[in-house]
Design a protein around this ligand. Structure first.
Ligand code: ATP
Ligand code: MG
Length: 421
């Protein structure tokens, strides 16, 4: 990949906490921060997860400050003994911890609102290393901090995601925009469906090496579905947007039949809008996806008006007893068949009294058990008085990738059917 020579601003994100290193807490702070920084043209060059030790905190910040213009840390700003970020920073700066009166007043007010007594621990929350600027925390007590450290701007935020997010959006982003001149970044994502990444990369190689230095191409594969992200960087927004558009058109031409538009709006959100707009109800009968479709659907707020429920019909017995699939159908054609999936979807819509029913039946990959049948998948969608059946065989996937892809296909197919009918 080529590195453009525009006035880039690089940031290093450091997430602090032993709980992250033992796998107890999944680090979601860094991806949120990276997305927010990206939106304003700051490029994240590194993300580090480190322990709650003075040595690691000081060592990582000192090293990072030589390479990045911005360092953002999260975690360890609380009042308890294991929260040592603030003390480590004071030591690194050679500064005392002093009370910030505005922060102290804020904490006092918060405690008064909830009628809680303030103890010595909470009072220390108002202390920050001398010379740092306190960033008010609208969702908690520990303030964020902003300090110039050598040529680097050091920003420290609490670990609690809700507090960190509020501080990023309310304080950090506006302050970075005031302080730095960042280039414009324009991203455009396309989808290539049907070719593995390596084959695609080979096909696109000749074109890719002619890309100007302001444009980068990234491959984000999931089996044979590869997202292709074009990123353009430059000081003039209009110029860079035009260039990205031009390269996007070239890429669409090169992908030919493998091209699919990529939409950022999650499938469950698209589905929700359609169900709401057309006043439709939905039920799901899942064999090989074991509830994953239902889980995806219910991740959408407000869906309870339209999603009536589901059955995980994994065994043939349950397909028969709960979904009224005929014994003869199962015996004659098997569970993974057009006939069975048709009965599953059609019967479910009657049992649950819904306008739409989705059903899945397939053979999810199992390590060590390789059969010719592996990856076979039937998706049945009952809508408008008839059942549509989709069949495919998805190969070279892990079990989870298989389930993810079936969920994605089921929802995409359903969305297409509702749109078309
Ligand atoms: P507090 O004032 O609540 O103690 P803090 O700044 O000291 O805040 P931590 O004690 O490091 O923050 O973390 C508080 C909680 O925030 C953790 O228990 C964890 O659940 C969550 N958390 C911390 N870091 C991350 C992270 N990188 N990603 C997601 N969650 C995190
Ligand atoms: Mg803490």
């Amino acid at each position: 990949m080529t590195q453009p020579k525009s006035n880039k601003v690089f940031a290093h994100i450091v997430v602090i906490g032993n709980e992250l290193l033992i796998g107890q807490v999944i680090d979601t702070n860094s991806s949120f921060i990276a997305l927010e920084l990206n939106k304003i043209g700051v490029e994240v060059s590194k993300i580090s997860a480190i322990s709650d030790t003075e040595k690691d905190i000081i060592g990582t910040i000192k090293m990072g400050a030589k390479k990045s213009q911005i360092i953002i840390t999260t975690g360890g700003l609380g009042p308890t003994k294991d929260d040592i970020t603030k003390h480590s920073l004071a030591k690194m700066f050679g500064a005392k911890l002093v009370r910030d009166e505005a922060v102290y007043a804020h904490i006092k007010k918060l405690f008064a609102t909830y009628n809680l007594p303030m103890n010595a621990y909470t009072k220390t929350q108002a202390e920050i290393p001398q010379g740092t600027i306190a960033l008010p925390n609208s969702k908690g007590t520990a303030p964020g901090m902003w300090t110039k450290f050598g040529n680097c701007t050091l920003i420290n935020l609490p670990g609690v995601p809700k507090e960190m997010k509020a501080l990023m959006q309310e304080q950090v982003i506006p302050k970075i925009q005031q302080t730095f001149e960042t280039p414009y970044i324009v991203h455009k994502t396309l989808l290539s469906v049907g070719k593995p990444e390596s084959e695609l990369a080979e096909n696109l190689h000749e074109w890719e090496i002619t890309l100007p230095k302001q444009i980068q191409l990234a491959y984000l594969p999931n089996g044979k579905r590869v997202r292709l992200r074009l990123s353009g960087y430059g000081p003039k927004k209009k110029e860079i947007a035009q260039l990205v558009f031009q390269k996007e058109q070239e890429l669409i031409g090169l992908l030919g039949n493998f091209y699919e538009p990529y939409t950022e709006e999650p499938l469950q959100e698209q589905l929700y809008s359609l169900l709401k707009q057309k006043k439709l109800t939905l039920a799901v009968a899942e064999s090989c996806t074991g509830g994953a479709i239902s889980a995806k659907i219910v991740s959408q707020p407000g869906i309870s008006q339209f999603f009536m429920g589901g059955v995980v019909a994994y065994s043939n017995e349950i397909k028969e007893s709960q979904l009224k699939v005929k014994k003869e159908t199962l015996k004659k054609f098997g569970a993974v068949s057009k006939e069975t999936i048709t009965e599953m979807a059609t019967n479910l819509s009657q049992i649950f009294q819904t306008n739409i029913a989705i059903a899945t039946s397939g053979i999810a990959p199992s390590p060590n058990i390789q059969t010719k049948e592996e990856g076979k998948i039937y998706i049945g969608i009952f809508f408008g008085g008839k059942t549509f059946v989709f069949y495919d065989q998805l190969i070279n996937l892990t079990r989870n990738q298989f389930i993810d892809q079936v969920v994605e296909r089921a929802l995409k197919n359903l969305i297409q059917i509702i749109r078309a009918c």
